[in-house]
Design a protein around this ligand. Sequence first.
Ligand code: B3K
Ligand code: ZN
Length: 858
Amino acid sequence: SKYIKLEDYKVFDYEIPEIFMDFVINKNAVNVTTKLKLVKKNKNTKNLILDGTDILIKKLFIDDSLIEKQYYKQQKNNLKIENIKKDIFLLKIEGIIKPKENTSLLGMYESNGIITTQCEAEGFRRISFHADRPDILSKYTVRIEADKNDYPVLLSNGNVLKENNLTNNRHEIIWEDPYPKPSYLFALVAGKLNCVKDNFITKSNKKVKINIYVEYGDEKYVQHAISSLKKSMKWDEDKYNLEYDLSLFNIVAIRHFNMGAMENKSLNIFNSKLILANSETTTDEELERIEGVIAHEYFHNWTGNRVTCRDWFQLSLKEGLTVFRDQQFTADVHNSEIKRLDDAKFLRRNQFREDSGPTSHPVMPEKYQEIDNFYTTTIYEKGSEIIRMLNKLVKDENFYKGFSNYISTYDGKAATIDQFVDKILEHNKEIDPKKFKIWYKQNGTPKVKFKRIWDQTDEKLTIEASQSNPIKKNLYNDLPLIIPINLAIFCDENKTIEKTVVLKTKKQEFVFRNIRSHLQIPLVTYFREFSSPVEWESDTTFEEKFLILRYEKDFFTLSNTVKVFYKKIILCRLDEKPDHKIENKFISTLISFIKNRDINLSLLSELLSIPTFAEIESEMENLDPLKIYKTIDELNHLFGTKLKEELYFKLQEIETSLDKVWPEGKNERKLIETIWKLLLHSDDEEIKSKIINYVDSNSMTLAKAALNSFSRINCPERKIISNIFFNKWKNNSVVLDSWFSFNASIEIDEKTNSIEKLFENTYFDSKSPNTLRAILNTFVTRNSTFHAIDGSGYKYIAKKIIDFDKLNPIVISRFIKVFSRYNYYSEPYKSNMLETIKQIKKNKLSTNTKEVLDAIIE
Ligand code: B3K
Ligand code: ZN
């Protein structure tokens, strides 16, 4: 079958302890000579099959003797050598590859004249033949040779062994990485790059050289990356007792990159937009994200690189764990409550959406066709949530002890998720590892139901809890999960009890005694701090929910409760039955939040933000997209009008803090965007001229806030600010992507699709995934013309999908999930979408995109 299955895992017939690679970079091609030291493990085999795609073979040798053509066979994706008699031998392969012709951004390719690589997950096989799987760990020695002018900088993993000048204006360098690694962590970079240097002293007093490589002219943008890296190195020492293990750490910023970044051993490669940053060119949120991604890639050095994955089904072993670590890091260096709120929001918006749709899969999938399709929010963020629960269940001391044991036991090896969980639970008696691991095998978002039974005379509160999984196809979904529930019980405005209870069976009762309540029934809040990645339902009434907004202090619970109100209000309006009573009471509650001088301003911004289309879309059925856009606009207008006085008051109060330098002032700046947006929607003319002044601000956060708040306001000023922004930033491609994104959100009228002219813009670079994503993603999530009732928006996007899939399947196979919820739409949207998907399917598509489409319409 076309599927790779977990149950088919077999160890490879050979070990490959050492690899020597020789790269000769020429004008139009790269000659790659690889020597693999092979040690036979399975004595019964005489054959060797190696992965390899799009490589021209010149010659093959075993221990220096040429293998005649009849003894090997090259197929589309592999090389088979037969009749091998030796048990230990050196296989030498001379091959040729063409990075300049590679538009997929996988394997070795060129970006702005710079040769670079992306090997995870299966890109190494596009560079050289190899058993390209993560459980083959080898020591690499790499020689690179190239022209000195075109490629003055030559980088690979590990340490420099030797550097030489050669004849004909060429030079060579030899790199050696002392740590055995899987092929997906191999990297090579060659080109004209400028280097910004710094260093870090580890806790055992070792000096680590830090080199950040960027294109000429970009040097002034790297300080944020450097300080983020140093913070991460220090944090990993303090929190996990993990020190960096080499004396050199390189980061390279590359313009054309499929993802955010890649953790290649000692040579991290980053999407430029996640390195080049300062507060003039980068928003506060982006600065924090960059810091987090730099930390994430750095943390992989231990969780991923030193201890790697046995096979790709274990992907979450490194990704879930490393996301967990980077989330902890950001929580520690900034505000942990806000970070928890952000992470919960992200998970619910993206992972829950995925998990309720056709591409839903367990954190440890059972099968796949293209592993690149499984770098999902389920593997990453849900994977992290599972580890967060483990941490909660075993308590810190045991968690960190178990973690250290895990690292020391599997250092230099390829491990599994099972082994990780076993190590963490090793000294714990309360949690059965087998039962806990069900989290990795279920898909779908579990649902928990709560009911209170109040016995006033006995002062006894019983909470009945039950769990179920809405998806029935997966057999594991029927088994109970271990679910930690942080709850609080209120008998008046003060919390009476705050506790973590653990739901272990399908139905369970939690009894609380000696409860003296001033309320009719004690009030309970569940899953405070979003203690498990689940959805829940309770018997809490709307009246009580208003009380929660008054009594609770937990940021997540507050924002979640507010969200429930917004949703309720939107649903009533969609039904043409606005509930004015609830609306008015809710508005009064918001006013009291605004007037509360102690409230965290990021939280306040969160509470005042009316859900966007994308948020509503991921949670509703029988969607009428145009009506939803309209309702959201109406609500922004209503709330902006009703809150005007208070918002202006707050605006004055925070305006003085806007100039502070990140991370100072970020809460104020976050709030200001929310306020601007509401006021603009209330037809306030005065605020317009005020906001326009900020487009030219030396804070990108404010400039973009100004831009974005105009996104749905059709007025001449919108064009003016768009032009100011464009003229200021047209030569900075990272920043200009925000302009592309802004323009992709603009609706001129309900028919004209305004984005085609963006693709024709002279500054549009069709090879840049960043720009492509900026335009396409914004158009489909923030521009209602995508959902034009005649289906023209869908057809337009279909054409783009077909065209760009030929260039870059990774970007398109992710993007195509925009159609995954067609079943949740009402007519004619549903049929239009379905028709479009069928049309797309008739074309010749990449395997990546085809696998996703097949899941969308089975
Ligand atoms: N490990 C890489 C992602 C690779 C994606 C391959 N399709 C970045 C990261 O998660 O750190
Ligand atoms: Zn990662």
